[in-house]
Design a binder for this molecule. Structure first.
Ligand code: PMP
Length: 340
């Protein structure tokens, strides 16, 4: 058994991949009497369980073979599936680097897995000394979750390679990578069989409603994800929506440029406000902003129907603000200007 196989829960290792008669039939024309579908209608057939067309297109875009791609019902589904493959409930542990995306903690709770929290340094980087210490002290750490660019701080995380040297799975959550100029960890996949890079159509591709997430990983991890996913986890409508965005990739790029341009303007305008103490550097489509009094600012914005994310409980006096359209951003700025 190799190192990767040893990390997998015993019951999952023993599972056979499920298959349907249709797996053997690659064409779309035929008389399908195998799946108890309705012969009438337009959405009457089950979708492709392996999302082949979508993977083919992603494979070209990212220059990575289809066999290294897994599609989930949002990247939130991928996070949960990874827990179920690698973490024995009640025994195994994971590491997170707070403040970070909340879903790692939620999925850990649902799967009865202990979370070891290694706090980010004051400039929101990994405290490697504290990480190494936890790795030495704990036996059953199966997954390390790192988010880069990190939500809610917005910055990219450096030296992620150092995490990959250990005998654990490392999930690098790159939900915001398309807004950043930094390289994706996808390029490290050939070197690290324990690496899972997670991306999403919810942010830069503008398809949050569709629920399409992507994991890039070693072929055997993709095979494990395929074993544990619900057979038809991504609907035909959602596969189509994602495919259409990939076919209109220049539109996606135009929108990213617009958002980044708006972000620059927002930074300039926010920095002129008396109430603003600090705007943290961001490689994402949102800004973490420290105010003199975040709770009061937050209440005032909510009263004007402007909803931002108050992070005061985890990062003192900080609010996370998504970059909106030009009009939305100027309403935000005007409301902040008229505060008091
Ligand atoms: N990862 C991060 C860091 C996120 O911020 C979010 C959404 N807020 C997600 C994953 C979830 O993405 P999806 O819509 O693909 O489930």
């Amino acid at each position: 058994m190799n190192r990767l196989e040893r990390l997998v829960r015993e019951n999952i290792r023993a599972l056979k991949p499920y298959s349907s008669a249709r797996d053997e039939f690659s064409g779309s024309e035929g008389i399908f009497l195998d799946a108890n579908e309705n012969p009438f209608g337009t959405l009457n057939r089950y979708p492709d369980p392996y999302q082949k067309a979508l993977k083919e297109k992603l494979s070209q875009l990212k220059d990575i073979p289809s066999k290294n791609i897994f599609i989930g019902n949002g990247s939130d589904e991928i996070i949960d599936l990874v827990f179920r493959i690698f973490c024995e409930p009640g025994t195994d542990k994971v590491i997170t680097f707070p403040p970070t995306y909340g879903m790692y903690e939620v999925s850990a709770g649902i799967n009865n897995v202990e979370v070891i929290r290694v706090k980010l340094t004051p400039d929101f980087q990994i405290d490697f000394e504290a990480f190494f210490q936890q790795m030495e002290q704990n036996k059953n750490i199966k997954i390390v979750f790192v988010c880069s660019p990190n939500n809610p701080t917005g910055n990219s995380i450096y030296n992620i390679e150092k995490l990959l040297e250990y005998n654990t799975i490392v999930v690098v959550d790159e939900a915001y990578i398309d807004f950043s100029e930094r390289a994706s960890l996808i390029e490290k996949l050939p070197e690290y069989p324990n690496l899972i890079v997670s991306q999403t159509f919810s942010k830069a591709f503008g398809l949050a409603a569709a629920r399409v997430g992507v994991a890039y990983a070693n072929e055997s991890i993709v095979a494990l994800l395929n074993k544990v996913k619900p057979p038809y986890n991504v609907s035909a409508l959602n596969q189509k929506a994602a495919l259409e965005m990939l076919e209109n990739y220049s539109l996606v790029q135009d929108r990213i440029r617009l958002i980044l341009n708006e972000k620059e303007q927002l930074i300039n305008q926010l920095s002129e406000l008396d109430e603003v103490i600090k705007i943290y550097p961001s490689d994402a489509n949102f800004l973490l902003v420290e105010f003199k009094n975040a709770n009061e600012i937050y209440e005032n914005l909510v009263n004007h129907n402007i909803i931002v994310r108050n992070r005061n409980s985890s990062i003192k006096n900080c609010i996370r603000i998504t970059v909106g359209s030009a009009e939305e951003n100027s309403q935000l700025i005007n409301t902040l200007k008229n505060y008091k």
